[in-house]
Write a protein that binds this ligand. Structure first.
Ligand SMILES: [Zn+2]
Length: 146
């Protein structure tokens, strides 16, 4: 499991915010997977980020201190260490948002259909027959005419 999947949604968003407003200072790479930083906030917190073993990451803040929790300071440090992950996170959130909106749109279409008169529905259906793929028309004929 990665840092992002172990952190709460709130910690991810706040962490992204901290990263973007450049609250991560003194970022130091210890080795391929470990970083140290100081994250500025109401107080300054020392963060130790372990990408390979996320649960071993530490932060001095009250939420995470001694609790193996991935807080916003650890997430912010992670995004600073690997900026592509911040882009990936945002892209994924945008994709989920669009998916959610598409689902809502479908519900709205059903609601709209249920309010239409028979005449309006026939009009819409004829448009589908005239401009939609041919199999829709053929299926309708097969099911209803013979
Ligand atoms: Zn923290």
């Amino acid at each position: 499991m990665g840092i992002i999947s172990l952190a709460s949604g709130n910690s991810c968003w706040r962490g992204l915010d901290y990263y973007k407003s450049k609250k991560v200072t003194e970022l130091n790479k210890i080795n391929e997977n470990e970083y140290l930083s100081v994250v500025k906030g109401t107080k300054n917190y020392n963060v130790h980020l372990d990408i390979e073993h996320p649960r071993k990451s530490t932060c001095e803040c009250p939420l995470a201190n001694g609790k193996r929790i991935i807080c916003k300071h650890i997430v912010a440090t992670y995004f600073s260490a690997i900026p592509e992950e911040a882009i990936n996170f945002e892209d994924e959130q945008t994709r989920l948002q669009e998916e959610y909106e598409k689902e809502n749109e479908y519900d709205e279409v059903i609601k709209c259909l249920s309010k239409m008169s028979k005449q309006e529905l026939i009009g819409e259906l004829i448009q589908v027959f005239d401009y939609g793929p041919e199999w829709i028309y053929n299926n309708f004929v097969k099911r209803n005419l013979y």
